[in-house]
Design a protein around this ligand. Structure first.
Ligand code: FAD
Ligand code: UDP
Length: 377
């Protein structure tokens, strides 16, 4: 480690490493400090003992409509086209999901039901709520109480540790509802995974950046030993300010890997599709079998089972900001402080306290780079 850099970057996730690479392209020096023992942040992936990829911090399905983001990342990875298929398992049955005509046919036990039948059902069932104030109202207004109860209520409560009424409408609206037979979970034009995994993409970013990366280190421990012109912070927003207004709520999860030998998966797969959601009484919310989309061929497989949990600082990682009235006012107070903090840029899912997808994070980092370049010459 040198004693001075142009930038001190806190966090070796997508935000931190995209900025390190961009700034490096201008010949600026960066020290990236990461408290985990690996790069990649929450996108980090690994191979299991059979050489099959899995996502360590929950499934990361890359998708985007942004040509800029896709072109930029394509400099650091080739892609494997992916069809992200999801089912729900409830009452002993696999259900087509997100809700579409196929789901309605199963639900109404009428295999001949048409799109018009489904639209008529929605017209009868959906509640007249012109501007839904929360996630429960959003789904009641979209499809009505029956489908909300079956597919959303239990899953949402389990995932967030609070009812859908306590969450911003945007949370449950993340997934589309189709009246036709479309079963896509996402509508984005480009849906693909880095062909050699996320970590290989992150390694290429680090390589191109020329930045020095210090793993297993909290940035506060290096502050007394290093000088820099500007700080880029991608850690939790409240933590930067010593949680002086009180802690912001986060949700976390435990991800349990099951490595499956050939004898455990006679058909090569453990479940019918990439992801199965469990809205029922199980302690877990979803199981992911990545082999469905990596293009890897093997007689073995793996599953990652996701158990949501309340976040405790120091004991777990803050995965999800919790969008809702409970956090809105508090987050606004911290964002206000962040705007007035001299010499620091706050960027990323945790530092902006926003439920951002990977492409949004990359887009924001590219935009921030332009601003840093203009301001700092
Ligand atoms: P992070 O990846 O969180 O990186 C921040 C880094 O900062 C962390 O590695 C952290 O250890 C480090 N750090 C924090 N504080 C300090 C400190 N004091 N000192 C040193 N280091 C510190 N997006 C999609 O587009 N598609 C998906 O399918 C998808 N699925 C997701 C599933 C889950 C379970 C989760 C949690 C997120 C998902 N996302 C998905 C979102 C995606 O993970 C984020 O958009 C992206 O990883 C954010 O990157 P980041 O760099 O802002 O944050
Ligand atoms: N959701 C649900 N049932 C499902 C899937 C999702 O109720 O089977 C709700 C839940 O509140 C979840 C939100 O929709 O948090 C967004 O789902 P998504 O799959 O995008 O969650 P993420 O991948 O961000 O965890």
């Amino acid at each position: 480690m040198r004693d001075s850099y142009d930038y001190l970057i806190v966090g070796a996730g997508l935000s931190g490493l995209v900025l390190a690479e961009r700034l490096g392209s201008l010949g600026r020096s960066s020290l990236v400090v990461e408290r985990r023992d690996h790069i990649g942040g929450n996108c980090h992936d690994r191979k299991d003992r059979n050489g099959l990829f899995y996502h360590v911090y929950g499934p990361h399905y890359f998708r985007t409509n942004s040509e800029l983001v896709r072109t930029y990342l394509s400099r650091f990875t080739a892609w494997q086209d992916a069809k992200y298929r999801v089912n729900v398992f409830a009452g002993g049955t696999y259900w087509s999901f997100p809700i579409n005509l196929g789901t309605f046919r199963q639900f109404s036990r009428n295999a001949a039901a048409t799109e018009d039948d489904f639209k008529a059902y929605i017209a009868r069932s959906a509640l007249p709520i012109p501007s839904p104030a929360n996630s429960k109202e959003a789904i009641l207004a979209a499809v009505g109480p029956e489908l909300y109860e079956f597919f959303y209520r239990g899953y949402t409560e389990k995932q967030w540790g609070r009812p859908a009424e306590a969450l911003d409408a945007s949370v449950c609206r993340r997934i589309p509802i189709h009246t036709g037979l479309d079963e896509r979970y996402f509508k984005d034009e480009f849906q693909a995974l880095p062909r050699d995994g996320y970590d290989a993409m992150f390694e290429a970013l680090v390589e191109a950046s020329g930045a020095e990366v210090l793993l297993g280190t909290d940035y506060r421990d290096v502050l007394p030993r290093v000088r820099y012109r500007h700080l880029i912070y991608t850690g939790p927003l409240d933590e930067y300010f010593g949680s002086r207004f009180g802690p912001l709520p986060y949700r976390t999860a435990r991800y349990a890997l099951e490595e499956l030998g050939a004898e455990q998966v006679p058909t090569g797969f453990a479940q019918p599709v990439l992801q199965v959601n469990y809205p029922g009484p199980e302690a877990f919310t979803r199981t992911v079998e990545l082999k469905h989309v990596t293009g890897q061929s093997s007689a073995c497989s793996n599953l990652v089972r996701e158990f949501p949990a309340e976040y405790r600082p120091g004991e777990s990682d803050p995965n999800y900001p919790v969008p809702g009235p409970e956090s809105d006012t508090l987050a606004a107070k911290y964002r206000d402080l962040a705007e007035r903090e001299p010499g620091v840029t706050f960027i990323g899912r945790l530092a902006q306290y926003r439920y951002l997808n990977m492409d949004q994070v990359v887009g924001a980092a590219l935009h921030t780079f332009e601003k840093l370049r203009d301001v700092r010459g």
